[in-house]
Design a protein around this ligand. Structure first.
Ligand SMILES: [Ca+2]
Ligand SMILES: [Ca+2]
Length: 355
């Protein structure tokens, strides 16, 4: 399935190499004035100057793969943001991830963050893995437009943020945020801040003890995926009232999503994928009122046998070339109480693969 969708996408579009952003870390010296350290990941407050670690020194390719970013306090270059270009104190907070548009990226950016770990001579401590946070809630990070210092770099109304169960680097959850830069100027950046976030705000990290921060980040330059029922193909429902098409999840690159059918007999059942057309009545074959075929050419038909509701999983690879691929689908299901070719037909689902 995924191979065929990938081939379809390659046939339909020519896309240049993946877009890029530069990633760096902003840390706040909350311990410089003698504050107390409790534990890595605890709320460290928001008092103190901010330094950048390895400013604009690491590249994130927006290709749908997870990439690990490593910041080493003992060896990385430090640059002052509001500070003096040197780390003061033995500990502080992870104040922000700086995301600079060095690649001149236009359009929606979808970013996932997972597995923030602070490793020191004492071992590795997880700052956040997002596993116990409810979907949709902000954890560690505020939304991209939150910080007043870079809010003007984010297109008004373009941003969103929250934990998701759709994709993860480890476990089953990660933090996702979306935004568009105001324009493609390569100095625009986002200060993705931890300032007073509802969950895991201002997380404490060590600066001493050979401290290293690692963060897994995944990105795509792609609008969110969508799956909507078309108004152009009225259903022809059989004696069980089916098939009724539905969807679970969103068709996002690198994720699985399910196309479902309620009220099916599950004896001779198939999902047809291709392009939507005006309904072709099946009345010459099927006594089911209103039954029609609305997909042609059919690039793929997937049989289903089993109980109701039916569900077929569509796995989408982490290939950015899939972005924007459109495909339509429809269920046909045999009414076994009538037999012969008594096919019921569902409405059509219009799918656009996205982030
Ligand atoms: Ca300093
Ligand atoms: Ca996770």
């Amino acid at each position: 399935m995924h191979t065929k969708l990938s081939l379809l996408a390659c046939a339909l579009m020519v896309t240049p190499v993946a877009a890029q952003l530069e990633i760096s870390l902003g840390v706040r010296e909350t311990g410089a004035a003698g504050g107390s350290f409790t534990a890595i990941g605890d709320n460290g407050g928001f008092s103190g100057a901010i330094e950048w670690v390895n400013l604009d020194g690491q590249t994130l390719n927006l290709d749908g793969t997870w990439q690990t970013f490593t910041f080493n306090f003992a060896t990385d270059t430090l640059t002052g943001f509001t500070g003096n270009g040197a780390v003061d104190g033995d500990f502080g907070t992870l104040e922000h991830i700086r995301i600079r548009n060095t690649g001149g990226v236009a359009g929606n950016i979808a970013l996932w963050i997972d597995d923030i770990v602070n490793t020191t001579d004492a071992g590795a401590s997880t700052v956040a893995d997002f596993e116990s946070t409810a979907d949709g809630a902000e954890d560690v990070f505020q939304e991209p437009s939150f910080s007043g210092s870079t809010g003007g770099n984010v297109l008004t109304g373009s941003d969103s943020s929250g934990v998701t169960s759709a994709i993860a680097n480890s476990g089953s959850k990660s933090f996702r945020c979306d935004w568009e830069y105001t324009d493609t100027t390569d100095t625009r950046w986002v200060r993705l801040t931890t300032f007073q976030t509802p969950n895991t705000p201002n997380p404490l990290i060590r600066f001493d003890m050979n401290s290293v921060i690692t963060i897994a980040i995944r990105g795509l330059n792609c609008d969110p995926g969508s799956a909507t029922v078309s108004a152009g193909c009225p259903p022809g429902l059989h004696s069980l009232g089916g098939p009724v098409i539905g969807v679970e999840g969103s068709p996002g690159i690198g994720t699985d999503f399910n196309i479902t059918a309620d009220n099916v007999f599950g004896s001779i059942t198939a999902l047809f994928l291709g392009s939507e057309i005006a309904p072709i009545p099946l009345s010459i074959l099927s006594p089911v009122p209103g039954a029609s075929l609305c997909i042609t050419p059919v690039v793929l038909s997937i049989p289903y046998s089993g109980s109701s509701p039916a569900s077929i999983t569509i796995p989408l690879s982490d290939d950015p070339f899939l972005c924007g691929t459109a495909i339509d689908c429809q269920w046909l299901d045999l009414d076994v109480t009538i037999g012969n070719l008594a096919l019921g037909s569902s409405e059509v689902l219009n799918i656009v693969v996205g982030s």
